[in-house]
Write a protein that binds this ligand. Structure first.
Ligand SMILES: *[C@@H]1O[C@H](CO)[C@@H](O)[C@H](O)[C@H]1NC(C)=O
Ligand SMILES: *[C@@H]1O[C@H](CO)[C@@H](O)[C@H](O)[C@H]1NC(C)=O
Ligand SMILES: *[C@@H]1O[C@H](CO)[C@@H](O)[C@H](O)[C@H]1NC(C)=O
Ligand SMILES: *[C@@H]1O[C@H](CO)[C@@H](O)[C@H](O)[C@H]1NC(C)=O
Ligand SMILES: *[C@@H]1O[C@H](CO)[C@@H](O)[C@H](O)[C@H]1NC(C)=O
Ligand SMILES: *[C@@H]1O[C@H](CO)[C@@H](O)[C@H](O)[C@H]1NC(C)=O
Ligand SMILES: *[C@@H]1O[C@H](CO)[C@@H](O)[C@H](O)[C@H]1NC(C)=O
Ligand SMILES: *[C@@H]1O[C@H](CO)[C@@H](O)[C@H](O)[C@H]1NC(C)=O
Ligand SMILES: *[C@@H]1O[C@H](CO)[C@@H](O)[C@H](O)[C@H]1NC(C)=O
Ligand SMILES: *[C@@H]1O[C@H](CO)[C@@H](O)[C@H](O)[C@H]1NC(C)=O
Ligand SMILES: *[C@@H]1O[C@H](CO)[C@@H](O)[C@H](O)[C@H]1NC(C)=O
Ligand SMILES: *[C@@H]1O[C@H](CO)[C@@H](O)[C@H](O)[C@H]1NC(C)=O
Length: 648
């Protein structure tokens, strides 16, 4: 294996120097003048040699760093997307992702025994074909493109095989990997070991950096993502019944938890008491390197050009301090994994009406998110359980107490009895963000506590406390209370044909309508009455809808099974596509909107599908796609036009 000399020696001597670079007013993800901050990065990204800002920061160099910097200083100013820049890039940089290698398919086995329990042979066949995508997404790090002392790249070296998300996401991502692992552990064969590798790679990151970065690139070293590593370890042990991994993992999971406590904590005074909760809050004063141009425009342009080409002048320019805060909020939005959603924006109508920079009013760090705290509750419980397993009962008790305290804080700060749901807390207003949507932005249904013709903001994140168990006993284990809380999800399923959307506000941002998102909230309900049956049926309905969306879209893009031959009009070479997101009002269209073209692949979509097929396999029906036709698959050119921002 070729290991990049500069990185390996840097790692050996001063590992801490890699994370968070601070110098005067500059706070950047790392100390790389190519990949993290500085004139070269700014000038090249603003000249825009590639449609996607991420492409440039994924290029490994072919020459030592100092030669690259020297050659760049010789280029004529201003830097423009011209022949000189093209030649410079060709001479000094390799291919995006050139430091990674695919694995030989023949060496990777799958053994998905659970498919024997899937009733519908069509569903089983479909899922088997999706399982066969894993080898295409499996990679290992191969080092720099040439054996070259002093060449650099932005990949954070990891020495174990891993699975990438797909498309422009050429590296492992943090929270995606949770759903990926749910799928890999059920795929079995070689993928049990690869699941462990993915976890071990993340544990390496905790060892090196004290936290798990957003993804395995140095430009992500100032931010994390929803912290699901403890949950990965939990499902790994559940599925393999092998807890040996705890020996290494347990102290490192505690170390990762400390990062959230030390770097991402807020205190909220309420009713004469202080509660401690966590937020997304990245130290950063620079555009995100992988979305450099987009962030720069958000913070610096004097006018906003909307989709129709209308121009909206900014009343004033942002001050340097305001820009720094905005860059921090942009990175914090990315840390949430839900970038971007109008839930982080002070002026959501900018995005909804498309009349001003949708992200200029971001207030991410002041929004205390329900789902992050629900996940941390789940981690506290998981760590308590791990301690119990290894016989450390006093530590187990301590962690269980932490979970109990958080549960109490979440009820006090997030729970809204009137609308019977959890809502984010807004530090700026000192209140919960309970948005009531008007007719223009929502469909007409009456929901609990909302006036007729209006609707309460709905997002799957509001249901995470049921998934991770952070909801109190009398709520989560009481089927009639669960039924009342989930009534809004049922309305959503009744009103629309697709999978559950990430939010019911139409804003053009990628995590809002119409992109589907499913979590698994209804697994652990006790009880036996009518309400219990209702919750189980709803869970199945969500699962079936997710299956229908993925299957019908896959068919319309060329997928086939023995019972359902290839649709007329789909290309011979096309085998059916799995997307990152799905439409919420149709079961045969991918989701759209947001910062980059909808990505094919796709790790977490496949992982959730496999999980559903295992958990609900006996009850799932063969999807009915109605009168579907071949999808109008966009050409590369059309796709590129839609790339307005880029991030994960
Ligand atoms: C800090 O920034 C100054 C001005 O850009 C530069 O001269 C100096 O080398 C930087 N220091 C470090 C440690 O990067
Ligand atoms: C920059 O120039 C190259 C080479 O001419 C071209 O392929 C590319 O599309 C240009 N970039 C943009 C964003 O137009
Ligand atoms: C990966 O690197 C670590 C640290 O250098 C080493 O301890 C470990 O054995 C390596 N693992 C593999 C699979 O090569
Ligand atoms: C976390 O906080 C510590 C101590 O304040 C700081 O040194 C470190 O840079 C922070 N880490 C990140 C990634 O922001
Ligand atoms: C359990 O996992 C460890 C690594 O975490 C591995 O070395 C060991 O072989 C596994 N045991 C079994 C029985 O598979
Ligand atoms: C809450 O914390 C703040 C700041 O740390 C402190 O000033 C205040 O006295 C605390 N309130 C209570 C009720 O403990
Ligand atoms: C904002 O700054 C630009 C130059 O950076 C300047 O041309 C413009 O007049 C400024 N706009 C306002 C409203 O001050
Ligand atoms: C938070 O509260 C402030 C002050 O009331 C308000 O302007 C803002 O829209 C609220 N929401 C967000 C996401 O900041
Ligand atoms: C489609 O599937 C066939 C048969 O499994 C395979 O030979 C072919 O390479 C696949 N095509 C693509 C584009 O993956
Ligand atoms: C969903 O699609 C149907 C059929 O195309 C359409 O009539 C309806 O208005 C759509 N609903 C929403 C909320 O977009
Ligand atoms: C699934 O198959 C099993 C065994 O053949 C059968 O008992 C069960 O009723 C079937 N379920 C459905 C929903 O068809
Ligand atoms: C199915 O859709 C196609 C294209 O929209 C249409 O031409 C055809 O009549 C439809 N068939 C039925 C049975 O509805």
């Amino acid at each position: 294996m070729k290991v990049n000399a500069l990185w390996s020696s840097a790692l050996a001597i001063v590992p801490a120097a890699l994370a968070l670079y601070e110098n005067g007013s500059v706070i950047a993800p790392c100390d790389s003048p190519i990949y993290c901050y500085g004139d070269l990065l700014r000038e090249i990204e603003l000249a825009r040699p590639f449609e996607d800002s991420k492409t440039f920061v994924d290029l490994p160099t072919k020459r030592p760093l100092d030669e690259v910097l020297e050659a760049f200083s010789q280029l004529e100013r201003p830097i423009q997307n011209n022949t000189a820049l093209t030649e410079f890039l060709q001479e000094y940089f390799g291919e995006a992702g050139g430091e990674l290698e695919e694995l030989d398919r023949e060496t990777l086995e799958t053994q998905p025994d659970f498919l024997e329990n899937v009733n519908s042979s069509t569903v089983a066949d479909f899922v088997r074909q999706v399982i066969d995508i894993w080898p295409d997404l499996t990679r290992k790090y191969a080092g720099a493109s040439d054996d070259c002392d002093g060449c650099v790249n932005s990949f954070i070296p990891i020495n174990r095989t891993f699975v990438v998300a797909g498309g422009r996401f050429r590296e492992p991502y943090y929270w995606d990997s949770f759903w990926v692992i749910e799928g890999l552990l059920r795929t079995k064969g070689s993928f049990t070991q690869i699941s462990e590798n993915i976890i071990e790679n993340f544990l390496d990151f905790v060892e090196q950096f004290g936290f798990v970065p957003n993804g395995a690139r140095v430009y992500y070293l100032n931010r994390s993502q929803p912290p699901l590593l403890a949950q990965m370890v939990r499902v790994y042990i559940e599925q393999t019944q092998n807890a040996t991994i705890l020996e290494r993992a347990l102290p490192l999971l505690e170390k990762e938890y400390d990062f959230w406590v030390n770097n991402r904590t807020v205190e909220i005074e309420r009713g004469g008491r202080n509660y401690t909760l966590n937020n997304y809050n990245v130290s950063n004063t620079q555009p995100r390197p992988e979305s450099y141009r987009e962030d720069w425009i958000t913070a610096n342009n004097a006018s906003y050009y909307n989709e129709e080409g209308e121009v909206f002048e900014a009343p004033r320019n942002l001050t340097e301090e305001e820009r720094a805060t905005l860059y921090s909020n942009l990175a914090s939005g990315a840390e949430s994994g839900l970038d971007y959603s109008v839930r982080w924006a002070t002026n959501p109508e900018d995005a909804v009406t498309d009349t001003f920079f949708p992200l200029r009013s971001l207030n991410t760090a002041n929004i205390i998110p329900v789902e992050l705290n629900a996940i941390l509750y789940g981690n506290e419980l998981a760590i308590a359980e791990f301690h119990r397993r290894v016989g450390n009962f006093s530590a187990a008790k301590e962690w269980a107490n932490r979970a109990a305290e958080r549960q109490e804080a979440m009820t006090a700060i997030f729970w809204d009895e009137e609308h019977y749901s959890y809502f984010d807390y807004n530090l700026t207003s000192g209140e919960k963000n309970v948005y009531i949507l008007e007719d223009e932005t929502s469909r007409e249904t009456d929901t609990e506590g909302a006036p007729a013709g209006q609707q309460v903001w709905l997002s799957p994140t509001q249901f995470y406390p049921f998934w991770t168990g952070a909801a109190p006993e009398d709520l989560k284990n009481n089927a009639s209370a669960v039924r009342r809380a989930y009534a809004r999800i049922e309305e959503e399923l009744d009103a629309k044909a697709g999978s559950i959307s990430a939010s019911n506000i139409i804003s053009g941002q990628q995590w809002d309508e119409p992109n589907g998102l499913l979590n698994s909230p209804l697994e652990n309900q006790d009880g036996s009455d009518e309400d219990y049956v209702w919750t189980q049926e709803l869970a199945l309905r969500i699962a079936q809808r997710y299956l229908d969306s993925t299957f019908c879209t896959w068919r319309s893009t060329g997928g086939s099974t023995p019972e359902f031959p290839k649709l007329e009009g789909t290309e011979e070479s096309q085998n059916g596509t799995m997307f990152e997101k799905y439409n919420d009002n149709s079961t045969n269209a991918a989701g759209g909107g947001g910062e980059y073209a909808v990505v094919e692949g796709f790790g977490w979509t496949n992982g959730v599908l496999i999980w559903i097929a295992d958990v609900f396999g006996q009850q799932l029906k063969t999807p009915e796609c109605g009168n579907i036709t071949a999808a109008d698959v966009e050409s590369e050119g059309d796709k590129k036009k839609r790339v307005t921002f880029s991030t994960i």
